[in-house]
Design a binder for this molecule. Structure first.
Ligand SMILES: Nc1nc2c(ncn2[C@@H]2O[C@H](COP(=O)(O)OP(=O)(O)OP(=O)(O)O)[C@@H](O)[C@H]2O)c(=O)[nH]1
Ligand SMILES: [Mg+2]
Length: 458
């Protein structure tokens, strides 16, 4: 039997041990497996408490089972669910009992979702939304993934495709009329109006997509500055754990340290880098090189320096446009606040050349002024991510296809007057592009790369 036709099973809940574990079985033999192990098949969609037994009649567990007859199931195939106690021994025995059956095997990662897709239960954008949902860390990411899973992008793409097919039907009808020698009614004008409207809508969706994609990938903030400025201390305080080593020796941090923060639902990757200075130590020099590289590719740099002004000067390539840099003066507890009367916290923003710079004075060790810094970061994240509420174009794949589709429609508009056949052909290309967004054509390579990112049991 071809592997695609075999019945598959997997643990669909989290890593054992857990209170309850859910094992899903999908495929033609799901019912046989259920009957064998649970001794019965309950009515569809009704939980039933039963004793599970293995091939030689030994008790596996006192469990709850569910039965979903295909095609009214998550995968479109027959599906059985075993809700057992989540101990490793229970699971291993259950897996062994399932695997002992011919043509029943453990699932590959993402295989359940792949079958759901192949059986028309979900489209590709929904599968991708599901993937994002599983990997979402923050609440905002979760909501966005859910919107995609609910098929908003898929619905829109389906509607666009429908309208494109309508437009091309009009054009083709015009061509047929002309061949038959009838007076062709003007079918091109309404078709072109439709196309112009569609192109406009696609472009609008694309414009909003940059923000959605950002929400998916998160915002990177780099802490950089001279050695010993307290960069690692600040990272640890923001992460609320000792992620990086702090020491009074200059040159402590060499590798890039990365922590993930959730600021008001916005996913932030915060990185701590080696203190930037000239050094003869080859290891530290490599650290400095990496620090500069990462900071230059971050979305925001916090340039940390001692409050006494030491190291406050920005070295290149910072401050030369591109990445916004905020100046953070640390160790205000040491310098004594009376000197200039300024309190820790956020000082007024100065607008020099390029992006506006913000100034902060903090004590990373004691926490003074850190709250203001976090508030400003949250505000920055809010602006950077934008509202992103409506758009669901979260992947480069979507964006590329939509861009191609918009370009193809623009080309269609330019072809008007040069022959309806050319217009019709160009429209066919656009229809195909929309189909690709939904996964109707040349999908195998997209599928392989998408589904292997899934967890087993999904
Ligand atoms: N008094 C005071 N000491 C601080 C403050 N922040 C950090 N320190 C101290 O400064 C020293 C250096 O701190 P780190 O966080 O390791 O500095 P760093 O910038 O990561 O240093 P490198 O990794 O070597 O570049 C440590 O002894 C910290 O305890 C602060 O706000 N006040
Ligand atoms: Mg450090």
């Amino acid at each position: 039997m071809h592997p695609r036709e075999q019945t598959i099973f997997a643990l669909s809940s989290g890593r054992p041990p857990s209170a309850i574990a859910v094992v899903r079985v999908s495929g033609a033999l799901a019912g046989t497996a259920l009957a064998k192990i649970a001794g019965m098949i309950p009515p569809a969609r009704l939980a039933k408490r039963v004793m599970l037994r293995d091939q030689i009649g030994e008790v596996i567990d006192d469990a709850v089972v569910l039965w979903f007859a295909g095609p009214a199931s998550a995968t479109g195939e027959d599906v059985a669910e075993f809700h057992v106690h989540g101990g490793r021994a229970v699971l291993n025995t259950l897996f062994a009992a399932l695997a002992s059956m011919d043509n029943v095997r453990a699932a590959e990662p993402g295989e359940f979702t792949r079958r759901a897709f192949e059986n028309g239960k979900i489209d590709l954008t929904e599968a991708e939304g599901l993937d994002d949902l599983i990997h979402a860390d923050t609440d905002r990411q979760r909501r966005q993934a859910l919107r995609q899973l609910q098929g908003l992008l898929g619905d829109r793409a389906r509607e666009w495709r429908r309208q494109l097919i309508e437009a091309s039907a009009l054009i083709e009808a015009g061509i047929d009329f002309a061949e038959e020698g009838d007076v062709p009614e003007d079918l091109v004008t309404p078709a072109m109006e439709k196309i112009a409207r569609l192109r406009h809508e696609i472009e609008k969706t694309l414009a909003a997509s940059a923000q959605s994609e950002r929400l998916r990938d998160g915002l990177t903030v780099a802490i950089a500055g001279p050695p010993n400025a307290g960069k690692s201390t600040l990272l640890n305080r923001l992460a609320r754990r000792e992620a990086a080593i702090v020491s009074p020796y200059a040159g402590t941090t060499r590798d890039i340290i990365e922590v993930h923060l959730d600021l008001d639902g916005y996913p932030i990757t915060l990185i701590d880098t080696a203190g930037i200075r000239d050094t003869d130590d080859p290891v530290e020099r490599e650290g400095v090189r990496r620090a500069q590289e990462r900071a230059a590719s971050a979305d925001l740099v916090l340039w940390l320096a001692d409050d006494d002004g030491e190291g406050a000067r920005l070295p290149r390539p910072f401050g030369e446009g591109g990445v916004p840099v905020w100046r953070v003066r640390n160790k205000v507890d040491l310098s004594g606040l009376e000197t200039d009367g300024a309190k820790p916290g956020h000082l007024e923003a100065t607008c020099g050349q390029g992006a506006p710079t913000k100034h902060f004075r903090i004590s990373a060790a004691l926490g003074d002024g850190v709250e203001e810094l976090v508030a400003a970061l949250t505000k920055f994240a809010g602006e950077w991510f934008g509202s992103g509420e409506m758009a669901a174009v979260t992947r480069l794949r979507h964006r590329n296809i939509l861009r191609e589709a918009a370009a193809s429609l623009a080309k269609t508009e330019r072809l008007v007057g040069q022959g309806d056949e050319l217009v019709a052909e160009q429209l066919r290309i656009s229809v195909e592009l929309m189909g690709r967004l939904l996964g109707r054509v040349d999908i195998d390579n997209i599928l392989d790369s998408l589904f292997k990112d899934f967890c087993i049991g999904k």
